[in-house]
Design a protein around this ligand. Structure first.
Ligand SMILES: Nc1ncnc2c1ncn2[C@@H]1O[C@H](COP(=O)(O)OP(=O)(O)OP(=O)(O)O)[C@@H](O)[C@H]1O
Ligand SMILES: [Mg+2]
Length: 141
């Protein structure tokens, strides 16, 4: 059974305070799927979580790249945007299995293709936007 923890966000600046508690909900899980419609705030939330991990990297890397790599004091963070990938073969060509097995944080936007490939545990975050209020749901499996 899965349980859900829901966080309500009215303004973007609140994310600065919410990123650390959200990170704590991940526990020791480092593979996190961010499933939400276009423009819901996946990238914004991931960047705040990276800051909460202590990353001082500049997040100016192009949003059209599929993999972004950031650093934080304890290691690396890989941020994937799978929006433009068409099939599992393209995912395998990226060497996705090595990333998943690397014990680094792997954050995925548009995670449909990856979900069936994950052998270990992972967490899912869903964001729903209703009249400018964001409902961030952390699904604990
Ligand atoms: N919690 C929030 N409250 C208000 N605005 C937000 C919030 N989170 C993100 N935004 C704004 O929404 C816009 C889209 O955010 P973002 O790029 O993070 O979405 P996304 O889900 O990654 O989009 P895409 O599907 O294109 O990758 C940005 O202008 C951002 O500033
Ligand atoms: Mg995005």
């Amino acid at each position: 059974m899965s349980s859900v923890l829901e966080i309500t966000v009215k303004e973007e600046k609140e994310l600065k305070y919410l990123a650390k508690p959200i990170l704590d909900l991940f526990g020791n899980q480092k593979v996190i799927l961010f499933d939400a419609p276009m423009g819901a705030g996946k990238t914004t939330l991931i960047k705040e979580i990276c800051l909460a991990l202590g990353s001082t990297d500049s997040f100016s890397s192009p949003t059209y790249s599929i993999i972004n790599e950031y650093h934080y004091p304890e290691g690396k963070i890989f941020h994937f945007d799978l929006y433009r990938l068409k099939n599992v073969e393209e995912l395998l060509d990226l060497g996705i299995e090595e990333y998943l097995d690397s014990y680094n944080y792997c954050f995925f936007e548009w995670p449909e293709l990856i979900e069936n490939m994950i052998k270990g545990n992972y967490k899912r975050i869903e964001i729903e936007v209703v009249e400018n209020i964001r409902y961030i749901r952390v699904i604990k499996k």
